[in-house]
Design a protein. Structure first.
Lengths: 233, 233
């Protein structure tokens, strides 16, 4: 055995609770990417012109590229990738049903703010997994410059009609609220995933103060993204 | 000037009719890829499970990857990519409206047979353009193994219920008929593109006999694809 606890699965994964937590985490992110694809492809229909439609289609495609990496990792761990995703269909689908954008701009804000929030959250959790898994998760959450496009379109729309800013600011708050509510639902249902955050005998975890600091970081980053769009948070 | 007529745009593109034809061809393929993305993303909703949905989403994403290459080439030629696509929205959208799949299997057959037919057709036309443009077109039409997935699913469905084969065979004929009808519409409207096929003083082209042979090749390849799916053509 030459594995170190940080680089190779075998040692860490001998703990079934740890393995279950990692499978959960990868399953949640993978299903999130798949449903982000569906939602972005759907929102692309609302694009005002072909150029904007192509941008959103490219964002959707990027999600599927990431999805493939996560699915591969799940298979490597001996998990059925689609079984791993199944428990997260309910909460993630509910999030999308409750935050269906009414127009193109709401779709853009959701893509930027919602994906940013989800990515921050998963990155926080990924701090508690082995290096290999963490790297795959970080890769899958990487943004490839499409954010600029959203910022440009939203800011331009506010210049044209400043009332748009008020409406989208409310929308951003609603996205945050709905995301927290679904995250809570997942936390209540997925014991292994929660155990990952709270740590174990041989694994560091978060106490309540640390969890509170994590929420502060998530909220601050959300506010930064809203500000980048020219919106109050 | 070190350009050869085969490798570099400048010489060939000094003929405005030739340039217009190439812009048309790239615009048609690019819009075709974009609308294939939309249609595949839409059809993915009908997938019986997450695994099949992921396969169709991956096919959709591949179209957008190709789209980006064509858009880049149009920009290199000094054309507005979205203006270049505009004339083909009507015929290509009409094709999709007239061939909206009623279920998952019709969607799969359309993805395989329809895209295959379009790819064959564009490859035939690409024989008449400069080497650089041709390479970009060939790359954009490359299949990356998703065909196996369609063949597998359609063949399995026919085993379960052989009547499915009769229905899908009719569907394949309808796809072919609708594709020809829209291709004819494009031919009637886009003079430069037609001129490309018929050749010029310094460019080889197709006479009527050659065009007839091209249709024979297209029909034969269509029949091969139908046979691969286990369907009569």
């Amino acid at each position: 055995m030459t594995d170190s606890p940080l680089s190779g699965p075998p040692l860490a994964f001998s703990d079934p609770t740890y393995r279950a937590a990692v499978v959960d985490l990868l399953g949640a992110i993978a299903y999130g990417e798949m449903s982000a694809f569906e939602r972005l492809a759907e929102d692309a229909k609302m694009a005002p012109d072909l150029e904007d439609k192509a941008e959103l289609a490219a964002m959707a495609s990027r999600e599927i590229g990431h999805f493939a990496g996560l699915r591969g990792r799940l298979a490597e761990l001996g998990a059925d990738p689609y079984e791993a995703m199944a428990p997260f269909r309910g909460p993630i689908d509910a999030f999308h049903v409750h935050t269906a954008p009414r127009d193109w701009l709401e779709g853009l804000v959701k893509a930027y703010v919602g994906d940013g929030l989800a990515a921050d959250f998963y990155r926080e959790i990924a701090a508690f997994v082995d290096a290999d898994t963490r790297e795959i998760i970080f890769d899958s959450l990487e943004d490839s410059g499409h954010a600029e496009f959203v910022v440009d379109r939203v800011r331009k729309a506010i210049v044209v009609d400043h009332r748009v800013g008020g409406r989208l600011a409310l929308w951003g708050r609603r996205l945050m609220g709905e995301a927290l509510s679904q995250a809570q639902r997942v936390a209540a249902e997925r014991d292994a995933l929660c155990a990952l955050l709270s740590g174990g005998v041989d694994r560091p975890g978060m106490d309540l103060a640390a969890i509170s600091r994590m929420f502060t970081r998530l909220t601050e980053n959300h506010a930064k993204r809203m500000a980048a769009l020219g919106l109050a948070s």
